[in-house]
Design a binder for this molecule. Structure first.
Ligand SMILES: *Cc1c(COP(=O)(O)O)cnc(C)c1O
Length: 410
């Protein structure tokens, strides 16, 4: 079904007919297929949900109600009557089961970048004076590295960037805290959270995990694996909308020792006491700072409704099936050697995206988008395709690979 003027790709086994038939069958058997109707989408194949999740269909009306009625009519009464004041904890409790924890441990607000600062400085303070090093994933998303460097300066520690595979060997009695990404944003590699957390604990240090590319795509198991602190954004696989607020997790038994570097009045034990002296609140709300961004936050709350009848395990199973199938279609449609997958083939090492190294990746992605296949380009040479199992199907995966093959068959 190539478009006029496009070249037919050189198809190897299995052929396009077989792959399309398989896609149809997989979509027909997909227990999550009905979820797509809960999102606002068009004919494009949207593989950029790892950057900005699609709009859940229930969000616009909810946001309109928040603006028109809660703000427009109730005005200041809404802080109580519409539940604005408690939204950061309430929405945190909605995210909790998606990352494997219970109520009272997550607070929503601020950006991921800001929460990294809170979590990392608090972790170093909990680790105690004798430990003078912060270890950071050397391949991390840039903001994590920048903020970690500032956290080190603020706390008088040394920042030590280490490749994830070498982190266990780099830990010792100097290590205060380790900042890690659950999934590498470029390659889609899933890091071993249970064993790395255990290694960090074995050295007597604290583990801070960035869940931006895992929450909503795969099980995280914060409680099960004893993670100390974690942060994540909500506009990727949680579909909260552009710039929707991030979240901060603090393990229950560490909450009383959580000493925020940003102790704003919203985290005070008695915020409306308007007292000169700071006294931290108990529990997750110690992670709050200032007045919450209610419009974004309540858009996120509405977006989380799509999870009502979905398990993260089912999402993970479909995610792996989708990325397996996409890789198989790429293998069949794209001329050999034209792209190289940077995403691990082994399931336990794979997140929910496929990253393909490709010459002229920027130009190739521009042309893919023109042909209705929306992924993104990460400098210098990576094509990223994010698979959000709630709204991406197997026919989408086949079409994306087929169009890529057509573009790269010259
Ligand atoms: C998306 C992402 C961020 C984004 O941080 P913001 O403060 O929301 O801009 C941070 N870290 C990682 C690993 C990410 O994937």
């Amino acid at each position: 079904m190539s478009e006029p003027g496009a070249q037919e790709p050189r198809v190897r086994e299995p052929g396009a007919h077989e792959l399309r038939a398989r896609a149809e069958k997989l979509d027909a058997e997909d227990a999550l297929a009905h979820k797509r109707a809960e999102f606002v989408l068009d004919d494009a194949v949207y593989l950029d949900g790892n950057s900005l999740g699609a709009l859940p269909a229930g969000v616009p009306d909810r946001v309109a109600d928040v603006v028109r009625r809660q703000w427009g009519e109730l005005r200041i009464r809404s802080w109580d009557e519409s539940g604005w004041w408690t939204a950061p904890e309430r929405i945190g409790d909605r995210i909790a089961p998606l990352v494997g924890t219970g109520p009272g441990r997550i607070v929503v607000g601020d950006s991921t970048s800001v929460n990294i600062l809170k979590a990392l400085v608090a972790a170093v303070r909990m680790a105690g004076e004798g430990r003078d090093e912060i270890v950071v994933d050397a391949t991390t998303f840039p903001t994590d590295g920048y903020i970690a460097a500032s956290a080190a300066r603020l706390t008088g520690r040394t920042l030590r960037p280490v490749a994830p595979s070498e982190i266990p060997g780099a830990l010792g009695d100097r290590t205060a805290a380790v900042l890690l990404n659950h999934v590498d944003y470029r390659t889609g590699r899933l890091h071993d959270l249970p064993s790395l957390t255990a290694a960090v604990h074995g050295a007597g240090a604290l583990a801070v995990w960035d869940l931006c590319h895992s929450a909503g795509a795969l099980p995280v198991g914060l409680d099960e694996h004893g993670v100390d602190l974690a942060v994540g954004c909500t506009y990727k696989y949680l579909n909260g909308g552009p710039g929707s607020p991030a979240y901060l997790y603090v393990r229950a038994d560490l909450q009383s020792r959580f000493d925020s570097p940003l102790p704003g009045w919203n985290s005070h034990a008695e915020p409306f006491g308007m007292r000169a002296g700071y006294e931290p609140a108990e529990g997750a709300l110690r992670g709050r700072v200032g007045t919450p961004d209610i419009l974004s936050m309540l858009a996120l709350e509405a977006a989380l409704d799509v999870w009502r009848d979905v398990s993260v395990e089912a999402v993970r199973a479909k995610s792996l099936a989708l990325t397996d199938f996409f890789l198989e279609c790429v293998e069949a449609y794209v001329p050999r050697g034209r792209v190289e997958s940077l995403t691990p083939a082994a399931h336990p090492e794979r997140g929910s995206q496929v990253a393909l190294r490709c010459d002229d990746a920027g130009d190739v992605m521009r042309r893919l988008i023109e042909r209705g296949v929306v992924g993104d380009f990460r400098a210098p040479d990576v094509l990223r395709f994010g698979f959000t199992p709630l709204y991406v199907g197997f026919a989408d995966a086949e079409r994306a690979a087929r169009v890529l093959g057509e573009l790269l068959t010259a």
